[in-house]
Design a protein around this ligand. Structure first.
Ligand code: SF4
Ligand code: SF4
Length: 73
């Protein structure tokens, strides 16, 4: 965790299984499902690019370890 980093999330498209749990858990509604699909045929989750507060709810909701990385302030 870098103290100077703006809170954000990185979501690896090819690891996402499209379950949408992170979308439902995010209190700021800053994760959306892409209209594109990954190599496994899943619509994957994407960070909208702003508004993340680094709460980690999406990280704990995601059943796919390593897919979501949260960068806190
Ligand atoms: S860390 Fe919190 S605010 Fe940021 S995308 Fe995840 S659930 Fe949303
Ligand atoms: S919770 Fe994880 S696997 Fe499910 S849509 Fe979000 S990033 Fe993808």
């Amino acid at each position: 965790m870098n103290a100077k980093t703006t809170p954000r999330v990185d979501i690896i498209p090819e690891e996402c299984k499209g379950c949408q749990l992170c979308v439902g858990e995010c209190p700021k509604n800053v994760i959306k499902m892409s209209e594109k699909i990954n190599q496994f045929g899943y619509n994957y989750a994407e960070y909208t690019g702003e508004g993340c507060i680094g709460c980690g709810m999406c990280f704990y909701a995601c059943p796919e370890p390593g897919t979501i990385t949260v960068y806190k302030k």
